[in-house]
Design a protein around this ligand. Sequence first.
Ligand code: NAD
Length: 253
Amino acid sequence: MDLGARIAGKHVVVTGASSGLGTHFATLCARHGANVILAARRLDRLEALAADLRRAGAASATAYALDVTDADAIASFVAALPEAPDVLVNNAGISAAAPALDTSVADFDAVTATNLRGPFLLAVETARRWRAAGRGGSIVNIASILGLRVAGGVASYAVSKAAIRQMNAALALEWARFGIRVNALAPGYIETDINADFFATPAGEAMVKRIPMRRLGRPEDLDAAFLLLATDAAPWMTGVFLPVDGGHLVSGL
Ligand code: NAD
């Protein structure tokens, strides 16, 4: 089965597309001929990326400034899309690494507003558009293996990703009857801006040794699972929380 061919011509919204996995997912979809809609705060970066993606084969690539912590901006963004997208990729996310005892209220609120409330509101606004148009679609929530297990110093992040797991299930339950599939991709550790500093430390190097496959993930390690969830390749799959992690979740105790 050619998973890439199934995203061709689809309209795919990717939040947090200005770096890391968001840029990667947008590029993957564009390379296979999708219409990509890039949304993040840094419009200049997104516009440069959109130009690159058009050259790389995107059917179209458009950039929108969007802060996912801003509820009004989310409603305006979804309303401004010329047509209801086929796929929403809730990718934007932040981490505030600190022991729980040192986590400020502001950091906790920023993490939950970005990683949980934003994806929830984007999902709801997009689903409302799908309902208004009498059609369904696919939502891919980018979660984390920290939604299932814990690590030291990232309590607020782990809480937000565990909450995404339940959000994913709850929305899948409510919207399956409308032809809206809601699934979560839960990556293990993949080196990007969000964690590059950490993997340069002795603790980071020690963590890599605990991954059964003994290496960090590469963004392309996620491609097949991402396309499986995003496209209609697995039309009866919804509410799934799919780890892709080099075996990290099954590491020995
Ligand atoms: P990253 O920092 O490179 O990318 C995060 C993106 O989200 C950036 O483009 C950033 O600008 C955007 N963003 C942050 N706050 C935003 C806001 N308020 N509004 C709009 N955009 C905002 O990190 P990444 O590793 O590419 O992370 C992407 C997603 O993957 C996140 O949800 C992260 O939790 C998840 N994830 C990453 C890893 C990993 O190892 N890299 C593992 C598991 C899950």
